[in-house]
Design a protein around this ligand. Structure first.
Ligand SMILES: Nc1nc2c(ncn2[C@@H]2O[C@H](COP(=O)(O)OP(=O)(O)OP(=O)(O)O)[C@@H](O)[C@H]2O)c(=O)[nH]1
Ligand SMILES: [Mg+2]
Length: 458
């Protein structure tokens, strides 16, 4: 049982319209009541009501801040405990005054993620739902947000629970036959185990199939814009981001560092990296920049190679194209507004026609074609709109793979008519591994690690 009461500022720090300070725990209402002067005493307030008043210095009665206080009595609250939310003016001093007073009461400062952790420990949500709360906060696109929202609602948990249910039934069935061993029952049980393991493995495979897309939704496609100096890489970043994020000049070697920008194209989130133009250089700063572009180039999920169509192909560009072989890439023939000098046929040695996009970033020509080409590379042009259950969390993916392996072992053992009680060990293991996803069988150290990723006040 959790017996202490915690508080934290739940809104972003700094100046804003309002700041919300959240208090949760058995003492939340009486402790805040000591500091709050309003028409109705907080201890007599009904659940889910809002009260106007002042936070006061309890000894002197001095007014410290003007606030609205919301009372939510457990179990109908985020943590299932009694929760009080204080809406104060959104300023640094106001928040500090209220927090200082709260922490002088029988209330301690919450750890990052502790409210969500309590929601989990108190059984309101499972671990996969709690993790989805972080995904919600961090999501970079509408689509990723919708996926996380479904997971908060329990979409993944339900799938996992259904698979575990099948395994529990299987174990019960095995148990009965261990107690009453008869010769042909054993063979039948082996068949039964094979059927059930196959069924659950198929379910796991279905989930694992979504992992690639899930990762992209969650993290975005890391997209490196590479090419020689002055071909228009930064101009392209700005055009895709519809913002003047990167400096553009006609001086080759303008960009020295990697510039990051998130954009969404047809609902697909991209993490764009504008890089320094790749060339041999004596300039120390630029040299470091070139090293960084090479690193970005090798790590990217997608490469946008920008060429200047008004110049002939440079040997550095040929070298880049050779390195691109086998990767997801598009070639942009930029500056099509100028007299053409680049022979497109040379590009066809390395790329198919569909991957070559003529553009004039300056005149905003071809941007739509580029966006189409990018979305065609991923999700076949569009994201499946129906099912929003994706597995994107590396922890979940690893556990699904482990559980699958355990079931594969069980299947093979059953196939070889290994004694049933031996097989049962693998089935149980799979059941536990799936349980770890939803936190049914999770160690404290794991919980600490997961919840420490949260922001303070969540
Ligand atoms: N004519 C023409 N000029 C362009 C086009 N796109 C970019 N430019 C110009 O080319 C110059 C270089 O553009 P940048 O976007 O800075 O090129 P970059 O590849 O980022 O260059 P570095 O950062 O030096 O590697 C600027 O003067 C741009 O205005 C285009 O489509 N047509
Ligand atoms: Mg640049």
């Amino acid at each position: 049982m959790i017996s202490d009461t915690i508080a934290a500022v739940s809104t972003a720090l700094g100046e804003g319209g309002i700041a919300i300070i959240r208090v949760s725990g058995p003492q939340a209402i009486p402790e805040v009541a000591k500091l709050f002067r309003s028409r109705i005493p907080l201890t007599e307030a009904e659940s889910h009501t809002v009260h106007y008043g002042y936070i006061i210095q309890p000894e002197t009665g001095e007014q410290m801040e003007e606030v609205l206080v919301t009372v939510m009595k457990g179990p109908r609250s985020f943590t299932t405990e009694d929760v009080v939310e204080i809406s104060a003016h959104g300023g640094v001093i106001s928040v500090r005054r209220v927090m200082d007073l709260l922490l002088q009461q029988d209330i301690r400062l919450a750890e990052p993620g502790e409210f969500t952790k309590r929601a989990f420990l108190n059984g309101r949500i499972d671990l996969s739902q709690a993790e989805a709360v972080i995904d919600l906060i961090r999501s970079k696109s509408d689509r990723a947000f919708s996926v996380a929202l479904k997971q908060v609602g329990g979409s993944l948990s339900q799938r996992i629970q259904a698979l575990r249910h099948t395994l529990i039934e299987t174990m019960a069935h095995i148990e009965v036959n261990i107690d009453y061993p008869e010769h042909d029952v054993e063979a039948l049980t082996a068949e039964f185990i094979k059927d059930k393991s196959r069924e659950v493995m198929e379910g796991i495979d279905k989930l694992l199939k979504t992992a690639g897309e899930g990762k992209i939704l969650r993290e975005g496609i890391t997209t490196a814009i590479v090419g020689r100096p002055n071909v228009g890489k930064s101009s392209l970043l700005n055009a895709l981001a519809r913002d003047n994020k990167a400096i553009v000049t006609d001086i080759p070697g303008t960009t020295r560092d990697v510039i990051e920008e998130y954009v969404t194209i047809n609902n697909i989130p991209l993490k764009l990296l504008d890089t320094a133009g790749i060339r041999e250089t004596m300039d120390i700063v630029e040299k470091i920049g070139v090293e960084r572009s090479k690193a970005a180039f090798s790590e990217a999920d997608l490469i946008l190679l920008v060429l200047n169509a008004s110049e002939e192909l440079h040997e550095d560009e040929l070298a880049l194209m050779e390195q691109i072989h086998g990767r997801q890439a598009l070639v942009i023939m930029n500056k099509m507004d100028l007299p053409p000098r680049l022979d497109k046929r040379k590009l066809l040695h390395f790329f198919n026609e569909d991957s070559i996009v003529p553009m004039s970033v300056l005149e905003e020509e071809g941007l739509d074609k580029l966006e189409e080409a990018i979305s065609a590379l991923f999700f076949g042009g569009k994201l499946e709109s129906g099912d929003l259950t994706y597995v994107s969390n590396v922890r979940h993916i690893a556990l699904l793979k482990k559980a699958r392996k355990s079931l594969q072992d069980a299947y093979e053992a059953a196939d070889m008519l290994v004694p049933i009680d031996m097989i049962q060990i693998d089935v149980r293991l799979a059941w536990e591994q799936l349980g770890e996803i939803i936190g049914d069988t999770a160690a404290d150290s794991l919980l600490d690690q997961i919840f420490s990723q949260f922001c303070l006040g969540k």
